[in-house]
Design a protein around this ligand. Structure first.
Ligand SMILES: [Zn+2]
Length: 213
């Protein structure tokens, strides 16, 4: 693995971000991905469902996802059609799918969902990630609104210069615009809260499931 901890450039560093639904990745690590992308990291995103249960309209959430991730600088995106809210029943297939991504992309770092999230799909994504990323050096769990209140991060990324980009990305999810947690004020508050915990500005927090130094 290339040692880039503390360096200002991430040229060649490869990052895989995994989500259950469109918008999970942007909410949890959108600022970090924008920061990494601007520093030259190679980033791939894998989303397991198209989030059909998350909207009453016939919104094209797949298109929203592509637009949002492109805003962050992420254009290598795979969106699968596992059944929304029932991912837990497809765990073996998800692991097989993710194994292929990990094998071919060979990430230095993976961002995945929180193990104790209250959403069953989010927990299923963690379970698949824990298996498929067994050979990856860095596995971090990111925070989403359904992680509250038992998410206690000990790894942080300062995202002051990338918070606006994160908000612009979230705004691409127009079908989710009525959700409180998508509002700019809430996103800024959450980032500010994580930053205050470590005496910094806006931050995203992470659970370090595995860090090989
Ligand atoms: Zn989700």
């Amino acid at each position: 693995m290339r040692d880039t901890v503390g360096s200002k450039t991430h040229d060649g560093f490869s990052v895989l971000a995994i989500g259950a639904h469109p918008d999970d990745i942007e909410l949890g690590c959108g600022g970090s991905l924008a920061k990494l992308a601007s520093a030259g990291a190679r980033i791939q995103a894998v989303i397991f469902s198209k989030g059909r249960r998350g909207t009453l309209s016939d919104a094209d959430r797949e298109r929203e996802s592509h637009a949002a991730l492109a805003t962050l600088g992420v254009r290598d995106v795979a969106i699968y059609d596992f059944e929304d809210t029932k991912l837990t029943y497809s765990l073996n297939e998800m692991i097989g799918t993710l194994d292929e991504h990990v094998r071919s992309f060979n990430p230095d770092r993976v961002y995945t969902m929180f193990q104790h999230d209250r959403h069953q799909d989010h927990r299923a994504v963690y379970e698949a990630s824990a298996v498929s990323c067994r050979h990856v050096a860095q596995l971090l769990g990111y925070e989403t609104p359904s992680s509250y209140p038992n998410f206690t991060p000990t790894v942080f990324e300062q995202i002051d210069g990338h918070l606006k980009t994160k908000i612009r990305a979230l705004n691409c999810h127009t079908s989710q615009g009525d959700r409180l947690y998508m509002q700019e004020e809430k996103v800024c508050s959450a980032a500010s809260f994580r930053g205050v915990q470590i005496l910094l500005g806006a931050c995203e927090g992470f659970i370090p499931y595995k860090i090989v130094l």
